[in-house]
Write a protein that binds this ligand. Structure first.
Ligand code: ZN
Length: 57
């Protein structure tokens, strides 16, 4: 029995921890091949300053 996994609709802003709906994505950023959604330009610039702080390993 195979079960298809739905893509996650709710994701978390790695900078501020807010939950974000992918369908209403605000800012999407790609880092090391993964995409991250951010709620606002402040979080975006914060992420861009220190991405490694927010993505973990
Ligand atoms: Zn945010």
């Amino acid at each position: 029995m195979k079960q298809k996994t739905k893509p996650k609709v709710i994701t978390t802003d790695p900078v501020c921890g807010k939950q974000i709906n992918r369908n209403k994505a605000h800012i999407a950023i790609e880092y090391k091949g993964l995409d991250y959604l951010l709620c606002c330009p402040q979080c975006q610039s914060e992420f861009e300053k220190r991405p490694e702080k927010y993505v973990g390993n």
